[in-house]
Design a protein around this ligand. Structure first.
Ligand code: MF3
Ligand code: CO
Ligand code: CO
Length: 271
């Protein structure tokens, strides 16, 4: 048996859990629900809508599916989603502020289905998308997909980060360093930290049965962020526009499976 075969309850030296073949099905169920909720929320994103109302709809959908929100009660967080508008990088708290025409927003949903965590986020637009925002969204989407293309046994986490960083920076945009992707599965956040920047061949080696998220945050301006006084909302220090997409994935014997694909084929906001 090859050393990279999917094993039983194994962990790597870096503390990364190796899941079993049968566990992929649980992750697909959780990931698909999170993705379907984002599909269904698209029609509720429009100028004048509040992020608080979007979050309430998301919470209802999680409950209607008989699932659990992973974020409600997580480190004191009280909402079923994070909604990050314009220069908010991540962890935006849903509230009473109304969306304006041309706002871009990331909606991030994590659900628990039968103990499995599905974590995904994507970009939405209220009203009409302007050209700069469209380019940022496109580059961020392509960065995530290039990162996912680097997922296969034998590659390293540094290869994933490098794929994302080299592309984003070639487009004169910057990669946020202060937040990263993460292992997940039976837990929300587990090793490793999945950095969205890095050098080829560095970091832990990818093995079949590793489950993690890739969730690059890309800025039009500089990469630095700060967290607001609410202790959650992360914004760009220079107030530049920021975008993010997130998939939960699993490493297979010869590549990758995406757990959070959109059932409706709507992961990208414009096509
Ligand atoms: N879903 C986020 C992630 O991608 C985490 C949100 S934690 C919360 O890891 F508490 F802010 F909701
Ligand atoms: Co995540
Ligand atoms: Co998330």
């Amino acid at each position: 048996m090859r050393q990279t075969m999917i094993g039983k309850g194994r962990q790597t030296r870096d503390g990364i859990r190796i899941y079993e073949q049968a566990d992929f099905a649980g992750m697909h169920r959780a990931g698909e629900l999170a993705a379907r909720i984002l599909d269904e929320i698209a029609e509720h994103v429009f100028p004048g809508q509040t992020t608080g109302e979007i979050d309430r709809l998301i919470e209802d959908k999680v409950n209607a599916a008989g699932a659990k929100s992973a974020t409600i009660g997580y480190r004191g967080y009280e909402h079923a989603s994070c909604i990050s508008v314009n220069h908010v990088v991540c962890h935006g708290i849903p509230g009473d502020k109304k969306l304006k025409d041309g706002d871009i927003l990331n909606i991030d949903v994590t659900v628990i289905v039968d103990g499995w965590f599905g974590d995904t986020s994507r970009m939405f637009v209220a009203g009409k998308l302007n050209r700069k925002a469209e380019r940022l969204i496109q580059v961020t989407y392509d960065s995530l997909m290039l990162g996912i293309e680097a997922v296969k046994p034998g590659n390293t986490f540094g290869d994933i980060g490098h794929a994302i960083q080299s592309y984003a920076e070639s487009q004169r945009m910057s990669v946020v360093r202060d937040f990263c992707g993460h292992g997940l599965g039976r837990v929300f956040h587990a090793p490793p930290n999945v950095l969205h920047y890095g050098r080829p061949g560095t970091g832990a080696r990818l093995e079949p049965g590793m489950f993690f998220t890739i969730e690059p945050m890309i800025n039009l301006g500089r990469p630095e962020t700060k967290v607001l006084a609410d202790d959650w909302t992360a914004v760009t220090r220079d107030k530049s526009l920021s975008a993010q997409f997130e998939h939960s994935v699993g490493v297979t014997e010869d590549g990758v499976e995406i757990f959070t694909n959109s059932p409706a084929g709507k992961f990208h906001p414009t096509y």
